[in-house]
Write a protein that binds this ligand. Sequence first.
Ligand code: ASP
Length: 423
Amino acid sequence: MHWQIAVALVAAVVAGVWSGPDGAALPLFDFLGTLFLNALKMLVVPLIVSAILNGLASMQGSTLTRIGLHTIAYYVGTGLVAILTGLFFVNMLMPGIVDGTPAGPRMGLDASTTEVVQQMQGKGIADFARVLLLLFPPNIFAAAAEGQMLGLICFSLLFGYAASRLPGAPGRSQREFWQGFYGVMIRLTGLIMRFAPVGVFGLVSVVIARTGWDALRPLAMFFVTVVLALATHALITLPLVLRGVARVSPWKHYRAMGPALAMAFSTSSSAATLPVTQNCVEQRAGVPLRVSGFVLPIGANVNTDGSALYECVVAMFIAQAYGVELGFGGQFVVVLGALFTSLGIAGIPSASLVGIAVILGAVGLPLEGIGLVLAVDRILDMCRTTVNVLGDSCAAVVVGRLEGEEGILGEPALRIRKAAGPG
Ligand code: ASP
């Protein structure tokens, strides 16, 4: 499957370049990609619910608190490092300055900027109180239908907690039911994944055909900055965490995650990739459902290292392009804004743009600046979503190892208490 997906990716690039934005075959490619994406998305709601319920069913209250704290610490810690990596590269490479002058005027604003601004109006990220309200949707089915995953996750956590405490036969049958349900979802994921090469081909060829190489040229430096920063996070920071904290081979982890990373790259959606991520983390990396069922569904919606990094780089790039010098205070607001908005954006394509709009508003930059990056946003979305999914999967491995689970990536259980050592 690995190789089939890799061949599909290469074929998609060739077909996309060959077809161009008006190619006759494009609607067919689009159809294939959408069909596959719909099939994956179809799994997301039942999968989130059953994975969380199963994960919780076997946990004691104290275990839940511990796993919860480890998960939050990991999400905030790696998110912050990702943002600082982006900040470092954007300050070093200065993609918004060309030949010593701000690049804004010479790039002109993208034609569809006004459209984007209109789209964004009233769509700003929920403030704190609104996020809390989202956690408790009045109608759980409406929340699921509208893709309000935070509400669905919260409901599943509460339901799982209550079900795990239901005594006697009814409790047992509840747990068995959801166990079976989850098993079915995993099998369905496997079935749909057989069509992954065709789906990947369809999704990627359309993006390449519509974006084209010309769009990249004026934004080459910005593109390079984002890709370098993302690569640093994926190839240096996260492997260090895997080695240093989880004590596993990062290489083995990448291999285990291959299909999920390819899927994230093709779909630009961590939420749509969740079934595949869950499958890889559990079946290939060996993280038990008790941990992965809790860490992954939440991570796909909350832990977005790649997006946080991207938001920071874009905000700084726009400031540079407008010739605005952001001092320490301004950069601090950007960093905090990226951290908080990345928690609130959904795992869907282009979600970061909403977060960026909020950050621009917070530092007082014009929203129109987003127009500068629109041309390459879709391709960079593929890259940052891959990093988002990689980050989620690393979280599952780290938390699983800290829980003393046996057999993760073929390793014996970590002796945490002993490792703390004397004194
Ligand atoms: N597409 C990203 C994801 O699904 C979110 C974003 O950065 O736009 O993870």
